[in-house]
Design a protein around this ligand. Structure first.
Ligand code: ATP
Ligand code: MG
Length: 493
């Protein structure tokens, strides 16, 4: 009986239809109920045109309000940013730019937005200004698109790995080992910063701390991920990652999201194959599922580039760039080959690089990575077999004793998007490397156990989710592809 009553009540209440659905509707003449936020209102004494957006799509629907039906008093409150509910008829639009519109029969203002104060007036705002009002910026076209695309890309990450039989593993966010990130970790503590307990040596006594030891926020879930991979075969992590690196670049955040697959029985080649397939899949997913948002972002980019000198404009549009990555093989090159290319390159000979490439063994700067991708190969590049001294202790030593089985994937406009390697599975070699590099073994006995008991060749990599988002949205700054960026000196909201 109760169920019956609920059903009747439900049927009597008009259901809200999302604007994305209305815009696709093939049926007109029907009564509809829409809710959303006003983007703009224009018109005259005889008619008002309201662009209404509810976030279900980048596109707004046009509401046509006749002052003979909707009171002037109500229409006065319909200003940019206000929220409204409209009952009306869906009709074919006479105007250009939209196929359907809603002719309002009644209109209710749910929440006003004082036009004197509302910061998001309908005009162009700089990204810098919008970062200061990050709590409101998802209401703009650009940041609404970013928010929807972050969701789509996250979903695609899970779908890709789920379809391949990988297990989503939750590695800890608070870690008790600082083996990987010495120097760039955020401490987690409940000790009083003003009067911490001191030991006899005058240093802070962390045995008194919450966990009875020093703890930090994770810089990577890899080491724990390896424990999962050497038990169930294939895992991936997808979680928040923290690095207190004081690098104020357009590619670094202090808090970002990282995807780290780890696979037993994969060698370096298998690892590269998986990473390349993964990036192509994600790019294709964006093309297939985010067409409206991509079309908007592509136009935004074209608009922005109009002001640049011709030689600085990109050769491809955003969707062309995505299609290019989805359809072409990445170039695979060793570090040693890359150094040769860079050493003989024009910018190096003409001393145009900020850091000149001279000898073998130094790390590549972002300008070098971008030269290889954007000027030399003109496609994504996988660089392999880096000198052991510039890479982590867990990467597998190559037979030459000089390089390790590392692979970084470099993307246009970004530089490194993926960093990975085949892991050193030989206990003695690994222990040697830890000693050479001063990695404290006593903190990592649990890690070494994977090599003591049933060790296997295995590999993995890390993809920075926000670097991927820079690529698929065409936005130039990592602060604009995460809702609330954390960077040195900034943790608002
Ligand atoms: P970079 O040289 O750009 O600082 P990294 O070598 O420190 O990168 P890894 O430790 O290999 O990076 O991490 C794997 C991936 O995580 C990188 O390829 C990148 O996509 C992403 N990443 C690393 N640091 C950051 C950061 N501070 N903000 C956002 N993404 C990051
Ligand atoms: Mg780094």
């Amino acid at each position: 009986m109760r169920f019956f009553l609920n059903t009747i009540a439900g049927a009597m209440k008009t259901r809200r239809t999302k604007i994305s659905e209305l815009l696709k509707s093939e049926q007109t003449g029907i009564d509809v109920h829409v809710k959303g936020w006003v983007r703009t209102k224009r018109g005259n004494k005889h008619v008002s045109f309201i662009a209404l957006n509810d976030g279900s799509s980048i596109n707004s629907i046009q509401i046509v309000a006749d002052p003979a039906i909707i009171s002037e008093e109500t229409l006065k409150k319909v200003t940019t940013g206000a929220s409204i509910a409209v009952d009306g008829q869906l009709v074919e639009s006479q105007g250009a730019g939209q196929s359907v519109e809603v002719h309002a029969k009644s209109l209710e203002v749910l929440g006003v937005a004082d036009p004197e104060k509302y910061p998001l007036q309908p005009k162009k705002h700089s990204f810098e200004f919008l970062r200061d009002i990050a709590h409101l910026r998802p209401r703009t076209n650009t940041f609404g698109a970013v928010l929807r695309m972050r969701h789509a890309m996250s979903f695609a990450v899970h779908k890709f790995f789920n379809d391949k039989g990988f297990n989503y593993m939750h590695t800890p966010i608070i870690t008790g080992s600082d083996a990987e990130g010495a120097g760039e970790m955020f401490r987690v503590t409940t000790l009083d910063a003003n009067t911490p307990p001191l030991g006899e040596d005058g240093k802070v006594d962390f045995t008194e701390d919450f966990f009875g030891k020093e703890t930090n926020l994770t810089v990577s879930g890899q080491l724990e991920g390896e424990l999962g991979a050497t038990a169930v075969g294939e895992i991936y992590t997808f979680g928040p990652t923290f690095r207190a690196e004081n690098s104020n670049t357009t590619r670094h955040l202090a808090e970002f999201w990282m995807i780290e697959p780890e696979m037993a029985f994969y060698d370096l080649e298998d690892n590269m194959d998986l990473a390349e397939e993964f990036l192509k899949y994600l790019t294709q997913y964006a093309l297939d599922h985010c067409a409206d948002d991509l079309a908007f972002l592509e136009n935004r980019l074209l608009d922005e580039e109009k002001n640049k000198p011709a030689n600085e404009r990109s050769e491809m549009t955003l969707t062309e760039k995505l299609r290019f990555v989805a359809e072409n093989n990445f170039e695979r090159v060793t570090y040693t080959e890359a150094i040769d290319i860079l050493r003989n390159s024009n910018p190096n000979k003409k001393k145009k690089f900020q850091y000149l490439v001279e000898g073998w063994g130094t790390d590549l700067q972002s300008e070098h990575e971008r030269y290889l991708v954007e000027k030399h190969f003109k496609k994504p590049v996988i660089l392999t077999n880096y000198p052991k001294d510039i890479k982590s202790f867990y990467m597998r030593m190559d037979d030459d004793g000089k390089t390790v089985a590392a692979m970084d994937i470099l993307f246009p406009g970004i530089g490194e998007i993926v960093g990975g390697s085949q892991r050193e599975e030989r206990l003695e070699v690994l222990v040697n490397r830890m000693d050479e590099m001063g990695v404290p073994k006593e903190d990592l006995e649990w890690y070494l156990d994977t090599r003591r008991y049933g060790t296997v060749p295995h590999s993995g990599f890390g993809l920075g989710f926000e670097r991927l988002m820079i690529f698929v949205t065409g936005l130039g700054n990592i602060r604009d592809v995460i809702p609330f960026p954390r960077t040195p000196g900034n943790a608002e909201f």
